[in-house]
Ligand binder design. Structure first.
Ligand code: MN
Ligand code: MN
Length: 323
């Protein structure tokens, strides 16, 4: 296989120090979507948190994750791969958004991703609140049909309505996605679910659809390796999306998020689980709910950028495997 050309290589941090220059994801080249014909893996920011029901700030996530992603390097010693040798990767910038309109933003984001999908780009996104997964899934489903999903989160995000009759919030994206036929509920697994509910029935709908829910109690009982085995068997070999809400992690690791829940997953286990998804038919993913105003240290954004790097590696390998 030919190695990707120089124009898809990250800046060499042994020549240009990590703190210098303009921040892009993983120090990759910034390429406009209109010129991204030979990009295979596109890193995209969605700077929007208009679906947030409580503490906002995730609109600032992409910029801070770009900055902290400068700490990533180019070889993955556990997977033993260098993703930039496997696929043409680039930072495609941020999608257009409208900070004061949910409907407008859903359309703008979907339009951007439709264009990316038409160009056969595998999208790896930085949110944004979790509602941003919905327009991404809408665009991907046009190509792949109903997808499987490995969903890391403290919350199922399958509630129906908020504040009366409002259907589109960061607590509802996967209910909408299943209703719209974007996800195959029987190929969806949710990992790390915990925290109080509005009512005893909150998670009933998702379970009725056939979602496999691994609550945190079961997660600790099974252990990470068995959780991976379970995830692989639920999603199978068909196209699969990966969505990582950073509040899946315990707030000691990721305090910069809108809806923290104590008693969560640690960062190493999160890395091990993402590596465990290697070999799946991965067609996109996101890291969402990093809210920099709640963690000015940047630690949560570092966690987010690191999880994006883990996904980038397994996605690049999936792209190479499909060739
Ligand atoms: Mn979520
Ligand atoms: Mn959550």
């Amino acid at each position: 296989m030919q190695s990707p050309p120089d124009r898809f290589q990250p800046i060499d941090s042994n020549n240009v120090p990590r703190y210098a220059g303009i921040a892009t994801f993983m120090r990759l080249p910034s390429i406009a979507l209109e010129q991204a014909n030979d990009v295979e893996l596109g890193l995209i920011g969605i700077p929007w948190d208009g679906g947030t029901t409580n503490r906002p700030g995730a609109r600032h996530g992409p910029r801070q994750m770009r900055e902290l992603s400068a700490l990533m390097r180019r070889f993955h010693p556990v997977l033993e791969i260098s993703p930039y040798s496997l696929a043409n990767c680039a930072d495609l910038g941020d999608t257009p958004v409208n900070p004061i309109s949910v409907e407008d933003t859903l359309d703008l984001v979907e339009g951007f991703y439709r264009d990316a999908v038409d160009r056969n780009i595998v999208p790896l996104s930085a949110g944004g609140d979790h509602l941003i997964s919905l327009p991404v899934l809408r665009a991907l489903a046009k190509k792949h049909g109903p997808m499987g999903m490995v969903h890391f989160d403290a919350h199922t995000d399958t509630l129906d309505r908020y504040f009366g009759d409002f259907k589109y919030t960061h607590g509802t994206p996967f209910r909408r996605a299943i209703e719209e036929g974007l996800l195959d509920a029987k190929r969806v697994i949710q990992i790390g679910i915990r925290g109080g509910l509005y009512s005893a029935e909150d998670d009933a709908w998702g379970l009725e659809q056939g979602i496999r829910v691994i609550r945190i109690e079961e997660y600790f009982e099974l252990g990470v390796n068995q959780v991976i085995t379970e995830a692989l068997s639920v999603v199978g070999e068909a196209p699969t999306y990966v969505s990582f809400d950073v509040d899946c992690l315990d707030p000691v690791y990721a305090p910069g998020t809108g809806t923290p829940e104590v008693g969560g997953i640690n960062t190493f286990d999160a890395q091990v689980m993402l590596r465990g998804l290697r070999g799946l038919n991965l067609i996109g993913g996101d890291v969402v709910e990093v809210s920099p105003p709640f963690d000015p240290s940047g630690n949560t954004a570092l966690v987010g950028a690191t999880l994006m790097w883990e996904m980038l590696c397994i996605f690049a390998e999936a792209i190479a495997n499909r060739r």
